[in-house]
Ligand binder design. Structure first.
Ligand SMILES: CC(C)(COP(=O)(O)OP(=O)(O)OC[C@H]1O[C@@H](n2cnc3c(N)ncnc32)[C@H](O)[C@@H]1OP(=O)(O)O)[C@@H](O)C(=O)NCCC(=O)NCCS
Length: 232
């Protein structure tokens, strides 16, 4: 993948209808290095005082500025970006090979790549979905859906949901999960979805209309989880 394509993709993904780019904050502003809370204003929020020149949020500016500043987005993790035009993303069924590197990087970081392979990944009934950047084709979000019963009922287990770390909280996860749910709904299959959700991600699943269906339990090496589910 060439560097220009990467920059084009990053600029595109940061954009809304117009051009959004990282804003360099002033000494009086505060930054939020935490992914948790956010401020819907898109302005920098709580946390430590920022250093002048540090990227904290986004603002509207000219395309020329966007081009000049877009490399800065490579290392930025804005607390919250007000809008992203997810219609620029290529949402589609994917192969395991296309999504495995992202699944490994975001869900099994530091472990052997084999640890990111799940039983059932290669089953003919399993569906993998990915969000891909338009120019470079890079995979930035992934999810897999496998036939696995839930309390005796035929169901889809949703697994391996992850957005690339520097692109979270821009609506990409919502876009891909919605795509996957719509695709499963169009199939003549089970009408129940469930997953083992990391407790750190419960807010995402609740946002998507899922409800808690278990107490907290531990998955060794991964951490605390709850079963979440929703009707398809
Ligand atoms: C969970 C994850 C997949 C969500 O993907 P995403 O692209 O960031 O999700 P979206 O931007 O579409 O989020 C949609 C909404 O879900 C909610 N949400 C998302 N992540 C959240 C979090 N960590 N905590 C609380 N709410 C969250 C928010 O309401 C968000 O809307 P907002 O940003 O406008 O408030 C992503 O954060 C991720 O990959 N996390 C690390 C891996 C992981 O935990 N995967 C899930 C395993 S069960």
């Amino acid at each position: 993948m060439d560097g220009l394509a990467v920059l084009r993709d990053l600029a595109a993904i940061m954009l809304h209808t117009d051009v959004y780019v990282p804003r360099l904050c002033g000494a009086h502003e505060k930054t939020n290095g935490d992914e948790g809370d956010h401020d819907d204003s898109g302005e920098s929020a709580h946390g430590a005082l920022c250093v002048p020149g540090q990227i904290t949020s986004t603002t509207l500016c000219s395309p020329a500025d966007a081009e000049a500043l877009s490399p800065l987005t490579l290392n930025s993790r804005p607390a919250h970006v007000a809008c992203v035009d997810v219609s620029l993303l290529d949402l589609r069924r994917a192969t395991l090979d296309e999504i495995l590197p992202l699944r490994h990087a975001e869900l099994r970081a530091g472990l052997p790549v084999e640890s990111a392979r799940f039983d059932g990944d290669d089953d003919p009934t399993t569906r993998h979905y990915g969000a891909f950047l338009p120019a470079s084709g890079e995979n930035v979000c992934c999810v897999s859906c496998m036939r696995a019963p839930r309390e005796g009922a035929d169901a889809w287990q949703v697994r391996g949901m992850a957005t690339r770390g520097d692109l979270v909280r821009r609506g990409i996860g919502h876009a891909l999960l919605s795509f996957a749910v719509a695709a499963l709904r169009a199939e003549d299959g089970p009408r129940l979805l469930w997953c083992n959700a990391r407790t750190t991600a419960l807010g995402f699943w609740q946002h998507e209309g899922w409800t808690v269906a278990s107490e907290v339990f531990d998955i060794p090496g991964v951490g605390p989880h709850r079963v979440m589910q929703r009707a398809l």
